[in-house]
Design a protein around this ligand. Structure first.
Ligand SMILES: [Zn+2]
Length: 401
């Protein structure tokens, strides 16, 4: 505990040490992140996005006070669904979960209407940002909620969905995941997946290849009429992992106008060997308390004490801010500055030593400027490239109507 507290102090100092000139550049940019898993906390008893939390206190990484402290203007709130069974009951459960999470996002926006606003277009994002409110796009990670009835996509679109990721860590009815232990099932996209791509193009929903297999990525690049994105992905060249992407594919993405948003998920940035005893103890802890995002605030202290005891007993290496920047700078070199953004997987496993939550985001701007990127480059990376893709996807959709 003492060492954890010492670490927080160091991090706080590091974030505060961002020079005023870099902080000004950061504050003047529209700062958006393409993968905010925070909706996972919206049904957490006693947890409210309007309150100030500490990562060390409840493991959360995004709330309104910390968004302001870190100059985060908004991004994509994710409708994430864990891949369950693919039988009739499993598909119904995924459908209901997706709808509930969509509703929870709208409830959060309604409860904070003075501070946040739903964004449907790139123009919306710029207008909302200028007004000093948080730009709230909606995305889906894992299309499983659509498996029982893919035509639900039009309803999701009407209710704000503007980005769609095909899979999560397992294959689904629409395509292959990069990490399914069973390997490829569809050789890329399934027939339903190909139809979903057409529908997303028709509606102007940006397609997201993060988590999908390389073959799905290749097929999306070929099939999609609009540029695609990777909403939270890092580089194979620095750590060869199925969830990361190789330089050749990064170049192809860029050549088609797409954008890769660099992930801060530690296990994809560096090799962190698994300790079986630690995994078993964490699994047992999970069974005792249930999912973290359902933990009532009055149970968090007891849960964290047990968790920290396991972490102290079986320590593992943690990725650092320097590891994150190494991926970001490499990807910038390979893709070019017009094809890179930030999607750090906040509240979904992202965060590294030195950048534990969104209050530390000015460090990225500072490090980019120190690496020689210009203020204009920084603006592209934080949102300009993303907004270009959203505009193109919507222009192509309306040209087709
Ligand atoms: Zn993810």
């Amino acid at each position: 505990m003492a060492s954890a507290l010492a670490m927080i102090c160091l991090d706080a100092v590091a974030a505060d040490e961002v020079p005023p000139s870099a902080r000004r550049v950061h504050d003047e940019a529209l700062v958006l992140d393409t993968h905010l898993d925070t909706p996972a906390n919206f049904r957490r008893p006693g947890w409210n996005i309007a309150d100030n939390h500490e990562h060390e206190g409840d493991l959360s990484q995004v709330d309104l006070p910390r968004m302001k402290a870190g100059g985060l203007d908004g991004g994509f709130w994710v409708i994430y669904t864990a891949q369950g069974a693919r039988d009739v009951d499993g598909k119904r459960a995924a459908r209901d979960h997706g709808l509930d999470r969509l509703v929870s996002i709208h409830e959060m926006l309604a409860a904070n209407a003075g501070e946040m606003e739903l964004a449907l277009t790139a123009d919306d994002a710029e207008r909302i940002g200028r007004a000093g409110k948080r730009v709230s796009f909606i995305s889906m990670e894992n299309a499983a909620p659509l498996a029982s009835d893919p035509s639900l996509l039009t309803a999701y679109h009407r209710l704000g969905l503007r980005m769609l990721g095909i899979t999560h860590v397992r294959n689904n009815d629409f395509g292959d995941s990069s990490t399914d232990p069973a390997g490829a099932e569809w050789n890329g996209l399934s027939p339903a997946g190909r139809h979903l791509v057409e529908e997303a193009n028709r509606l102007g929903i940006v397609l997201d290849a993060s988590h999908a297999s390389d073959t799905v990525f290749d097929q999306l690049l070929t099939l999609s009429k609009a540029p695609i994105v990777l909403s939270h992905t890092s580089a194979d060249a620095l750590y060869d992992h199925a969830r990361n992407i190789d330089d050749s594919r990064i170049r192809q993405l860029a050549s088609k106008g797409g954008v890769i948003h660099v992930n801060a998920f530690g296990g994809y940035l560096i090799d962190i060997p698994k300790i079986p005893e630690r995994e078993a103890a964490m699994d047992a802890l999970g069974e005792k308390y249930g999912p973290e995002n359902r933990l009532a605030t009055d149970r968090v202290t007891a849960y964290l004490a047990e968790r920290r005891a396991i972490e102290a007993r079986y320590p593992v290496k943690r990725a650092t801010f320097e590891n994150y920047m190494a991926h970001l700078l490499h990807i910038l070199k390979v893709a070019g500055v017009d094809h890179v953004g930030i999607g750090a997987d906040w509240d979904g496993g992202g965060g590294v030593t030195g950048m534990e939550d969104v209050s530390a985001l000015p460090r990225i701007t500072d490090a980019l400027l120190a690496a020689g990127y210009t203020e204009q480059d920084v603006r592209k990376i934080w949102s300009g490239n993303l907004l270009r893709v959203i505009r193109e996807a919507q222009a192509i959709a309306s040209a087709e109507r």
